[in-house]
Design a protein around this ligand. Structure first.
Ligand code: COI
Length: 372
């Protein structure tokens, strides 16, 4: 009897402690990815199969210093968002008036698991089933939903890395798949000043540029740091062979409005297939805006900026959402862009996406996945 009481008391104390942490967070001033929710999910792959999905408190992992992910980089990740949304919208598209509980809606989880598996395949890592991936996300979101409601959204970080401890360079046999979550605000808080990178490369044909391999981000650090020291917010990456075609920007894809058309570099094995990029293209096509996914030459871009035919430039990514660009610099020459306002295409598409993510508009495209 005494033992029972003690464990009950312990549980109550634990609950109170968890609640206390959420109450200490300044949700109006979140630094991107700095705060983590209370839990995380861990699944181990060994002997050719996946183990049980475990929901545990967010905290340190005990790992050997020799795990191969740290030495040879078999590590990939995803970035996803879950939103605190209004109750089910009624048939006319308006949210049901103040009744019912708020919902948590995960944005395009099936697109994320598909991209995760493409990254895993390229790095010779085992595939993760839809059920395992979405099940892990659901478990975490259901447990830490209060964090989503307080912040308005959570950034989810599913990731997987090899944990073999032998130093031979070979495809690992053991991995951990994990998911943790962060309450977040915007990744970028103001329009961006970008520099076209013509010296360093992020990605080469036949390489891993299309994947979310951790090493891609490591390779971008030095050039990005140098650009930031020179006063830019981010880079526009160009093709590795000639530096004469635009590929993507750091942390996001890049889109242009040129002569009233939405133009963006076509996907290839050197460009990340952004899910926000995909959503923007789908919405633009539905709105009968001409869309061109094609090679975009730096020369064409610079000429269009100088002539004023490039009227909008914006970045798109899960963390970045949709963010306006206020200037592009090439070869030391800065080209300012018109100030984005609510009439800008990027602002209209942003508003459409926000309405769906927040449950304010019916999700006709089936992009949102409700977690109960
Ligand atoms: C994302 O948008 O999810 C990204 O992965 C970009 C960055 C935060 C690494």
């Amino acid at each position: 009897m005494k033992t029972k009481k003690t464990s009950k008391t312990k549980k109550t104390a634990k609950k109170a402690a968890a609640k206390k942490r959420i109450d200490t967070i300044d949700f109006a001033n979140l630094q991107f990815g700095k705060i983590h929710t209370d839990h995380m999910v861990v699944v181990r792959y060994a002997a050719g199969k996946w183990g049980k999905t475990q929901l545990v408190p967010y905290g340190p992992l005990e790992l050997m210093p020799s795990i191969s992910a740290l030495h040879y980089g078999q590590a990939v990740f995803e970035g996803m968002k879950v939103f605190s949304a209004e109750a089910i919208p009624s048939a006319n598209g308006k949210a049901a008036a103040g009744k019912g509980k708020r919902r948590t809606l995960v944005y395009r989880p099936l697109a994320h698991v598909a991209r995760f598996n493409r990254s895993l395949e390229r790095l010779a890592m085992p595939q993760v089933s839809k059920e395992l991936f979405v099940g892990a996300v659901e478990k975490l979101v259901a447990k830490d939903a209060e964090w989503a409601h307080r912040a308005g959204q959570l950034y989810l970080r599913p990731f997987m890395f090899s944990v073999d401890t032998a130093l031979g360079v070979k495809v690992a046999d053991e991995y951990l798949f994990m998911v943790f979550a962060c309450p977040v605000g915007p990744y970028y808080s103001k329009p961006l000043n970008l520099k076209i990178e013509t010296e360093y490369s992020r990605s080469a044909p036949g390489g891993v540029g299309f994947s979310k391999a951790a090493g891609n981000y490591a390779a971008s650090m030095l050039p990005t740091k140098l650009a930031q020291q020179a006063g830019f917010d981010q880079l526009i990456w160009t093709d590795a062979a000639t530096h004469s075609y635009v590929e993507e920007s750091g942390t996001m894809n890049i889109l242009f409005v040129i002569d009233g058309k939405l133009v963006t570099p076509n996907l290839s094995n050197t460009i990340l297939a952004g899910i926000t990029r995909d959503s923007i293209i789908a919405i633009a096509k539905e709105w009968n805006i001409p869309v061109e996914e094609r090679k975009v030459a730096v020369a064409e871009l610079v000429e269009g900026l100088a002539k004023g035919t490039v009227t909008e430039v914006f970045g798109a990514g899960t963390a970045a959402t949709i963010i306006a660009v206020e200037s592009i610099t090439h070869d030391g020459k800065k080209y300012p862009l018109p100030k984005a306002d609510e009439k800008s295409l990027s602002a209209k598409i942003y508003a459409e996406l926000e309405a769906i993510k927040r449950g304010k508009k019916a999700d006709a495209r089936g992009w949102m996945h409700q977690v109960n």
